[in-house]
Design a protein around this ligand. Structure first.
Ligand code: NAD
Length: 359
């Protein structure tokens, strides 16, 4: 065994109904006097619930998916105007993304409270959108100093969104098994993440107000994002990034839908990854196990339902050929990508797509 693995310096505070106390302790430890709170209007009530008594200098609400540059600029000016010394964000990946945009230019520390399972809180990756072009980059300044996970704050996340977002975390886990910097530590994190998702997702669908399943999903979200941050973007992330940017598709649902097809494509050429996935799903075979989970969850199925125009597929497949990571377990050509996108567009059973690939 031979590998190089970088671990990121970040504190994690995990505890149901413990966010307010955790934040108060963080603010005191950092001697912060002027906190900027970032939360979308829908998450205002949650934000107020956990920041009462803190030295809040500014409550900022303009959160937009994929962080348009003009939105980032307004938030940066507001932070400067309020003389903020700490940024606190509560919400999904879009909210964390705005906090990162502020930290990128100001160097202000972030404390993030995620309420979806997208995992941005555990990565040093930032993203900004100009027109229809999304640029991403890596900068240690945007990695939140502390992440506070509190399952009680995720109870309001609707079941369908919980499923899609949990499968976004599943995609981080599975893709990290063959991504450019895949290593045994990432694989261990990812395998435990898959196990926790397979336990938590059905529990949340069965009983959305119960906390045990929600805790499993937050725990898995952290593991998945840590594995992804270290391993980098594999084929799955390349496909979703391109589709999301070109066709303005919703983030979590796109990841959820594309994942089984990427597993169908890569699985046979990645026997060790497939064995890990199957084991973590307690299934005899990886794709069978993943697809049974999808069926049990009534997971989102077809990109056609989320805005991908069928006419855009050939052009997307052509662009994707250039983006296939060189270390992908198998060679992938334009025809494979065309078939994959057609299958994901229609929501075909991914085992049929796998059989079609071999014909
Ligand atoms: P999101 O943040 O847009 O949230 C989706 C929806 O969920 C929103 O309508 C939001 O208001 C709602 N919501 C969030 N928490 C809620 C709660 N507790 N109760 C009720 N509703 C709630 O979507 P997302 O999938 O979390 O994040 C997607 C964004 O994050 C994308 O822009 C993506 O590129 C980015 N992202 C970045 C990284 C990274 O490492 N930089 C990683 C993952 C995702």
């Amino acid at each position: 065994m031979e590998f190089v693995h970088d671990s990121l310096g970040q504190r994690v505070r995990f505890g149901t109904s413990g966010a307010a106390a955790a934040l108060a302790s963080e603010v005191a430890e950092r001697d912060a006097k002027r906190v900027m709170v970032i939360a979308a209007p829908a998450e205002q009530e949650l934000a107020e619930r956990i920041t009462t008594g803190l030295p809040v200098a500014l409550s900022y609400q303009e959160v937009v998916m994929h962080v348009p540059v003009e939105v980032a600029d307004r938030a940066r000016h507001a932070a400067q105007g309020a003389d903020a010394d700490l940024v606190f964000s509560i919400g999904g990946g879009s909210t964390t993304g705005l906090a990162k945009a502020v930290a990128l230019t100001s160097g202000l520390p972030i404390i993030a409270v995620p309420t979806t399972y997208a995992g941005s809180e555990a990565t040093p990756v930032w993203g900004l959108t100009e027109g229809s072009t999304k640029t991403t980059g890596v900068d240690p300044r945007v990695l939140p100093k502390t992440v506070v996970y509190d399952a009680a704050l995720t109870l309001s996340l609707p079941v369908e969104l919980s499923v899609a977002s949990g499968l976004n975390a599943m995609a981080h886990c599975i893709d990290s098994l063959w991504a450019p910097r895949a290593d045994p530590i990432n694989a261990a994190l990812a395998t435990e993440g898959i196990r926790a998702l397979a336990a938590g997702l059905p529990a949340v669908v069965r009983e959305p107000r119960a906390l045990a399943g929600r805790e499993q999903l937050l725990y898995a979200a952290y593991l998945s994002a840590t594995a992804f941050a270290s391993a980098g973007s594999g084929l799955h992330h390349k496909i979703c990034h391109l589709l999301g940017g070109r066709f303005d598709l919703p983030h979590a649902q796109t990841h959820a839908i594309v994942l089984p097809y990427v597993l169908a494509l890569n699985g046979a050429a990645a026997p060790e990854a497939s064995a890990r996935i199957a084991g973590a799903l307690a299934a005899a075979e990886a794709l069978d196990g993943l697809w049974s989970l999808y069926e049990a969850l009534a997971a989102p199925r077809a990109l056609a339902d989320y805005g991908l125009p069928r006419t855009g597929i050939p052009e997307a497949a052509r662009a994707l050929v250039e983006l296939v990571p060189p270390g992908n377990p198998r060679a992938v050509g334009e025809v494979d990508l065309l078939k994959l996108l057609e299958a994901a567009w229609a929501g075909t059973d991914p085992r049929e797509f796998r059989a079609e690939l071999n014909r």
